[in-house]
Write a protein that binds this ligand. Sequence first.
Ligand SMILES: *Cc1c(COP(=O)(O)O)cnc(C)c1O
Length: 379
Amino acid sequence: MNDAPKKPPSEDVTAISKAAAGAVLTIDLGAIRENYRRLKAQLGGVRCAGVLKADGYGLGASQVAAALLREGCEIFFVALLGEGIALRRSLGPGPAIFVLNGIPPGAEPDAAAADLSAVVNSLAQLAAWRETASRAGRKLPAAIQVDSGMSRLGMPPGDVERIALDPRAFDGIDLRFVMSHLACADEPEHPANERQRLAFERLRMMLPMAPASLTNSSGIFLGQRFHHDLARPGAALYGINPTPAGPNPMLPVVRLEAKVVQTRVLEAGVGVGYGHTFHTTAPLTAATISLGYADGWHRRAASAAWFEGVRLPFLGRVSMDSIILDISALPSGKLRDGDLVELLGPSQSVDDAAGHAGTIGYEILTSLGPRFHRDYVGG
Ligand SMILES: *Cc1c(COP(=O)(O)O)cnc(C)c1O
C-alpha cells in the first residue's frame, strides 16, 4: 500500500479561531513598545532590559520579545532554563537571555548550547558554570546575583566575601552584570529600599568590576540612584501600575472579553449557580458567559463584567467554564448570544480586577489560561 497522504504540518494547530473561542484576549504590542519607551525616558541613558518570565507575564514571550527588539531592547530575562531555550529558538542568535533562577544542576551544557547567560545565585552554581566553561573551552556569560536583603535568590554576603578572596572564582566566566532584586520597591517610603541599595553597592565593590543592575519596574520610579547600569522591568511593560500609590504612568496592554452563551429571565426566588449562593429576590435578566476559573478567572476574583460601559455584576459562583451575569441594567434584547462582554479593558483595568480579588496584577495576568483566542495588535 502506498503511504497515506500526510496532512501538511501546521504551525497553528493550537491557535483557537475567534469564532470558535469562548473568550478573546487582545494584546496591544504597540502599548508594550510605548511603555518601554516611557521607562527608557525615566531612565535617561541607562540601559533597559525586558523581563519575559512566565511566558511574558502570560502575554506571549516570543511576541513581546519581538516587539521589544524593535525598540532596541537587546537584553532579556526569563525565570527558567526551559523558557530561555524556547526564547532563544524564537529570537535566534544575538540578544542576551539571562536565566534568573540559574541553571539546574546537570543542565549547564544545554544552557551553554542555547547561548544562554546564567544568573549565578550560589557558590555551587558558580562552580558548575566555571566547570562547564572549562569543558567547553570558552568563556561563558553570567550575571552574579547577590542577596542585598530579599532573602530569596542570590549569594548571601558571606559567600560574596569568600569568592572575593578567591582569584580563580571567575575563571572562564564572562561577567556581564552584578545584580540584586528589591523586595519593597512598590512602597517608595519603605526603609528596606535604601538598605538594599547600600548593601548592594557594598557587595558589588567586592566583586570584579562589572555593570550593576538592581531595579525592577517600581524601582525605576525610586529615583536615579537606583538605576545603576541596567534596569529590569517586567510588570510596567505589561501595563501594571509600577507606582501603586499614584496614577498609572503606563498604557494598558490587555483586553479580555468573553462571549455570551445564552440569556434568560429568572423568576423571583430561584437559586443561581453552584451551591445556590445567590437567590433572586425579584425577577431579573441573566446572561451566561464562556469564561470561568479554568481560564484563570478565580472564584475569588473580580465580580463584574462590563458591556458598553454598563456594569454587569456576577450572580453566584464562578464555574469552571462559565459565569452568570445580572444584565438587568441593559435594555431588553440589547445583549445577544455571541456578543462580547469585557472582563479586562477600559472599564476594568488589570489593577482594578486585582484589587477586587485581593491580589496583584501580576497574578491576574499570569493566571490567564490557554483557551482564549489571542489577538496581537499594534505590533
Ligand atoms: C520578576 C523580576 C523582575 C521584574 O519585576 P517587575 O516587578 O515585574 O518589574 C526583575 N528582576 C528579577 C530578579 C525578577 O525576579
